[in-house]
Design a protein around this ligand. Structure first.
Ligand SMILES: Cc1cc2nc3c(=O)[nH]c(=O)nc-3n(C[C@H](O)[C@H](O)[C@H](O)COP(=O)(O)OP(=O)(O)OC[C@H]3O[C@@H](n4cnc5c(N)ncnc54)[C@H](O)[C@@H]3O)c2cc1C
Length: 430
């Protein structure tokens, strides 16, 4: 495949979240000398980024070999690259269901384990676990009844402190000469700029909320759940969706008893991590079908609430699942207040495939990085490679990542439960 040297082109990246920073970092390392990044928050990591979090799961089991192979590549970097190793904790991943799970949710766990059982990369790393005795001997710190938990434990996995990893990538971008414009006036993108030429609309840059114009030969949009605000034509492919996240505060002594526990996903209830090392907070997320926000949109798109304060809530149904999980695994914390509750927004596709492609009819001037579908953070160390390849080849050779123009027919069967509209939910009383 013929590759162009595109390093002399000016590049404007909209969004300094996971995909935007990974791209800026890779391109700067590859010799691109004119890279500008805009973000609406005045700090990086942005408080609007889904990846600005205490922790994200790093694991490679996927029913789809493409993502398994890429995640294994990313894990190698998390394990060995000095930029990423300080943030990576290989605690293992316990992926189970409780006795209350539906057969469909139990089948999802089966799909994951069968996807890696024959893969030599996981030799000696994965074991099936079933029942209280086996799980207690694997994780003695789980002192609740853990009724009917069953699934597998994967040692080649863990979590990364995602906010800290983003911060270090950002600092390295600055060291490499990437220019950043942050904040509502200069960093928040209001619109794209187009010039008509050769019968198509060429994107020539973007305009900030404060009216600053940024021009570039390539504009790369990486706005996470907000992408459809800027590129509404993505609406048929991408849905802004969110999950609720909550923490509980542990004392240093309590946290010490849980050091090194695996990332644990009880798929019908919620998932959690070892307590954060700096704050001793335990994070929980009930990863059900997620929540959409179509109601406030005039053009039929589901997009995130515009302000942080509007997203500071936890659906009551999520609290129920988290409390049940606590009673099952850590009864001593079952009534601890849930704090830092918020909705975390991402860009969802029906088949969970990323979209990394040129926007049609823009003469390759406009690129979109989207469709993270809630599983993009683990790729931070290698995501920029995908974008560099796209720029050099001039087209997306991976069919799964192409702009598709319509919704895929395949549903996200790996999520427990159906999606709900936010207006229909009752917030937890916290
Ligand atoms: C609850 C939850 C749990 C998750 N858990 C995992 C996990 O365990 N493992 C994993 O791999 N992935 C996980 N993810 C997914 C991961 O966080 C995302 O895949 C990743 O953050 C996507 O990166 P992004 O750059 O597309 O979006 P984001 O990281 O959200 O970044 C978007 C950026 O765009 C900026 N922005 C928005 N609008 C504008 C504007 N108008 N102008 C300028 N800037 C703007 C924002 O400030 C932000 O910095 C999870 C996601 C959620 C919601």
């Amino acid at each position: 495949m013929a590759c162009k040297n595109t390093t002399q082109e000016s590049v404007l990246i909209l969004g300094a979240g996971c995909f935007g920073l990974a791209t800026a970092h890779q391109l700067a390392n590859a010799g691109y000398t004119d890279i500008t990044v805009l973000d609406k928050d005045d700090v990086v990591p942005s408080r609007f980024s889904a990846a600005n979090d205490l922790n994200k799961v790093i694991r490679a089991e996927y029913p789809d070999l493409l993502y398994t192979d890429l995640s294994l590549k990313a894990i190698k970097k998390w394990q060995t690259d000095p930029l990423y190793t300080p943030h990576y904790h290989e605690t293992g991943f316990l992926n189970v269901t409780s006795s209350a799970a539906t057969q469909q949710t139990k089948n999802v766990v089966e799909t994951y384990i069968s996807s890696i059982q024959a893969n030599p990369a996981f030799d000696g790393k994965v074991q099936r676990v079933s029942g209280e005795d086996q799980i207690h001997s694997l994780v003695p710190a789980f002192n609740g009844p853990i009724p009917g938990w069953s699934g597998y434990f994967n040692r080649l996995a863990g979590y990364a402190h995602s906010a800290n990893a983003l911060r270090d990538v950002y600092r390295d971008c600055v060291r490499l000469g990437v220019k950043f414009h942050l904040g509502p006036k200069d960093g928040e993108v209001k619109s794209l700029l187009f010039a008509a030429a050769r019968g198509v609309n060429i994107c020539v840059g973007a305009k900030s909320r404060g009216g600053t114009l940024y021009q570039a030969q390539k504009t790369i949009v990486a706005l996470g759940g907000n992408v459809c605000n800027l590129i509404p034509s993505l609406g048929p492919q991408v849905t802004g969706r969110c999950w609720g996240v909550a923490h509980i505060q542990l004392s240093p002594e309590e946290a010490a008893t849980l050091r090194g526990i695996p990332v644990t996903n009880v798929r019908d209830l919620a998932f959690f991590f070892e307590p954060d090392q700096a704050t001793n907070k335990l994070k929980f997320c009930h990863m059900g079908g997620g929540f959409t926000n179509y109601a406030w949109s005039q053009d039929g798109l589901s997009v995130p609430y515009p302000t942080l304060s509007e997203s500071k809530l936890l659906p009551a149904g999520d609290e129920m699942q988290i409390r049940k999980l606590l009673r099952d695994v850590f009864p001593q914390f079952a009534n601890r207040p849930l704090i830092d509750c918020h909705l975390c927004w991402f860009a969802d596709t029906a088949d969970s495939d990323y979209i990394i492609d040129y926007v049609p009819n823009t003469d390759n001037s406009l690129v979109v990085l989207s469709g993270d579908s809630g599983h993009g953070f683990k790729m931070l160390p290698i995501f920029g490679d995908f974008v560099q390849t796209l720029l050099e080849i001039g087209r997306q050779a991976e069919p799964k990542w192409q702009w598709k123009g319509s919704k895929s027919k395949v549903g996200s069967a790996w999520r427990a439960g159906a999606g709900q509209e936010l207006v229909a939910i009752v917030p937890a009383k916290l």
